[in-house]
Design a protein around this ligand. Structure first.
Ligand SMILES: Nc1ncnc2c1ncn2[C@@H]1O[C@H](COP(=O)(O)OP(=O)(O)OP(=O)(O)O)[C@@H](O)[C@H]1O
Ligand SMILES: [Mg+2]
Length: 261
């Protein structure tokens, strides 16, 4: 098992926000998390990388990654894990980057912080990863600023950075929700291609049950800080048990008797 999360509870200040979340993730598998706004999806995914927003803390539970409890790691331990074994893809990678520096400068810096590659090798590695994400003319992209790229291209750059060191686990918080439908579909396809190709596992938060159904091996449904349903994606979609999951599925459009999830 790559990651085992057991009885995870998370508070913001005195508010117990996430309660008793448990799930397992095998190497190379994809888990999606769905649920209403405020149900705790982002909180769970950020807890895994020890980057909860200010005021957030884990009050109970364990997260075992490759046999080690992540809750026992010190800052040094996190530094060697983050960006390497586990990395995060954000909703809008453009926002995470500095608008006054070129993408190349930031990409090379990111690689050099996490490795001992020299500048030339870091540059080559960046180009390699941009190419993997289907970005045309990667040398030109390295010389560009974030505002010169479309949202889809920025997001591909963010994913290229996240996969630089072939992480074992990718965490993605609504990685396509800021994009148009066509670009969403392309990027979901690319994420699938990359995880299958490198053997990376992924946990992805999405509002789109269609994406969840297409992409994931397992599906977790959250409501009000708790897991209301968790299992094999096809089982959850075909035989939902919880009332909340049933109502989520009812809101998915049906065309010609076929449900579009
Ligand atoms: N920094 C914070 N300080 C205090 N409370 C917070 C903070 N961040 C989130 N919360 C609260 O925690 C709960 C869960 O929030 P979270 O962002 O994890 O939900 P979510 O499922 O990701 O929602 P969305 O679909 O809107 O992104 C919410 O009630 C929210 O108000
Ligand atoms: Mg969220």
């Amino acid at each position: 098992m790559l990651l085992s999360v057991s009885n995870l509870s998370i508070s913001y200040g005195k508010n117990l926000t996430v309660q008793d979340v448990s799930f397992d993730l095998e190497e190379g598998k994809i888990l999606t998390i769905v649920g209403e706004s405020g149900s705790g999806k982002t909180t769970v995914i950020r807890a895994i990388l020890n980057c909860l927003p200010r005021g957030g803390s884990i009050s109970n539970g364990s997260m075992i990654f490759e046999g080690k409890n992540l809750l026992d790691l010190d800052e040094k331990g996190w530094r060697s894990l983050r960006g390497k074994d586990i990395s995060m893809i954000f909703q809008d990678s453009g926002n995470m980057m500095n608008p006054i520096h070129t993408i190349g400068k930031q990409f090379i810096e990111y690689i050099q912080v996490h490795s001992d590659l020299d500048k030339k090798s870091a540059y080559d590695r960046a180009i390699e990863n941009l190419t993997l994400m289907n970005l045309p003319n990667p040398a030109n992209i390295m010389n560009s600023y974030t505002f010169e790229l479309s949202g889809g291209m920025r997001q591909r750059v963010g994913i290229a950075m996240a996969i630089t060191f072939q992480p074992k686990l990718l965490l993605a918080d609504e990685p396509t929700s800021a994009l148009d439908v066509t670009t969403q579909a392309q990027i979901v396809g690319e994420l699938m291609f990359i995880t299958r190709g490198t053997g990376a596992a992924m946990i992805m938060v999405t509002h789109n049950l269609g994406v969840a159904s297409y992409l994931s091996d397992n599906l977790m449904v959250m409501s009000q800080g708790r897991v209301v349903e968790y299992g094999k994606t096809s089982d959850v979609i075909e035989h939902p048990q919880a009332e909340y999951t049933k109502s989520l599925l009812k809101s998915v459009p049906e065309i010609g008797g076929r449900r579009y999830v």
